[in-house]
Design a binder for this molecule. Sequence first.
Ligand SMILES: *Cc1c(COP(=O)(O)O)cnc(C)c1O
Length: 436
Amino acid sequence: MRYYSTNNKTLTVSLEQAVIQGLAPDGGLLLPEHIPALPAAFVRNMGSMSLHEISYAVANYALQGDIDAAVLKNAVADTLSFDLPLVHLGGNKYVLELFHGPTMSFKDIGTRFLARLLDHYNGRHRRNISVIVATSGNSGGAIAHSFSDIPEGQVYILYPRGELDDVQRAQFAALPCANVTAIEVNGSLADCRNLADQAFRDPDIGSRMIVNSARTVNVARLLPQMFHYFWAAAQLMQREQDPGQMVVAMPCGNLGNLTAGIMAKRMGLPVKRFVAVNNANDAFVRYLLTGDYVPHPMRRTATPAIDIAEPSNFTRIKALYGGSHFELCRDVEPYRCTDADVAEAMRRLWTEHSYEADPHTAAACAAVRACLLPGEVGVALATAHPAKFRAQVEAATGHSIKLPKRLAADLDAPRHVAVINSGYTSLKKFLLQRAY
Ligand SMILES: *Cc1c(COP(=O)(O)O)cnc(C)c1O
C-alpha cells in the first residue's frame, strides 16, 4: 500500500516512510491510496470475535501485507493490553471507555501502536530513532509510557514550566526508564513547539538520529484508532443491538479519532453517523454548519484536550471526501458545547446514571443526548479517566473521586526532569550530548 500526500496525489511513500517521517516530503498529510473493504462475512461475525481478533483483522486488511503477520499480531496485542468496555448508561445510550491504558487517556492506543511500529523499523535498520514531543498534557504521558519498554527509542518530552497539572507531569517525569527524558522549558507551550520544530529541521540533529514527532497525524497513530469503532459495533451485536443504527459521538481536537472513524466506515464498519463535538474552539463545527473554514485564536475551556484552534487532520478529512462538504455532512453531524453544558452533563451523568465522566466524555454524552433520533443507538467515546480531571468532576458532581492506583503511584514516584531555557542552543546541546 502506498500513502499519498494531501498536497499532491501523485507523491506517494511506503508505510515505513510514512511511519518514520510522519508527514509527506512536501509537508502534506498522508492517506492510503485506497481503503480496502472488509469481507461482509467478517463484519457479520464480529459479535463472536475478541477485541484482538477484530483489531488484527482490521489492521491486516488496512495495511495489505506491508507488515509481517506475526509482527502485526504482536503489535496489536501489545497495543491493546487493556480492555475497551462498552458501558450501558440506560435506554439506548452507551459509553465506550477508551481510557484503561497506562496513562488513562485514549491516546495510549495510538501512541502504543506507533511505538511498536517504530521499534519494528528501528530493529530492521539499527538506526536510532529519537522522538521529540512538545506536550500540553495527555500526549506526553501516553508517548513516554508507550516507549517505556522499547529501550532503543529515545524519547524527549518538552513541556512548559508551570502549565501542566501534577498528574499529567508525573505520567512522564516519574518514569524510571533511561530512554525517556522529561525536559522542562522555561517558556510557553509555543516555545516548546518551536524548539521541537527547530530540532526537526536541524541537519546537525538529522545526521545523528532519525527524529520523529510521534504526532497525532502519523498514520500509525490513526490506524489503531479504527479498532475501537469495530469493537463498539461488535459489543452492540453481542447485546443484540443493530450496529447499523449506531451513532458515535466524540470530543474532537485534532480530529484524529473522527478521521479514523470515517476510514473505519469506508472499510465496512456498520455505523449510521458520527457526531463531532467541539467546545468554543469550534472551527470544525462551524465548517460543518456553514461550509466555511475560519479558525479563530485558541480559547481556554473546561475541556482542555480539545482546545485546538486549527485541527491538524482537517485537510485529511476534506481529502477523504474529495472536498465535498455535502458528502461529509451526510456522515458527520456537528455539536458544540459550552463549559456550562459540560458541567451540567457531568452532574447529570452522576445523578441519573451513577456514572463518573471526565469533562471530554461528558461533552460526548451531551451530544448523544441532544442528537439521538428514535431507534438509534448512541455511543459516546470516553477519552479520559475521570480522575485525570478530578477537581472538575468533583466540583460538578459534589462527589469525591478515588485516584486509581496507577495515577497515585506516578504521583508518589520521584521525578527526573532536566531544565532548559527556551533558546534553541540549549536543546541542541542537550540532544547532541545524548546522541550515540
Ligand atoms: C486528544 C484528546 C481528544 C481529541 O482527540 P482528537 O483525535 O485529537 O480529535 C479528546 N479527548 C481527550 C481526553 C484527549 O486527550
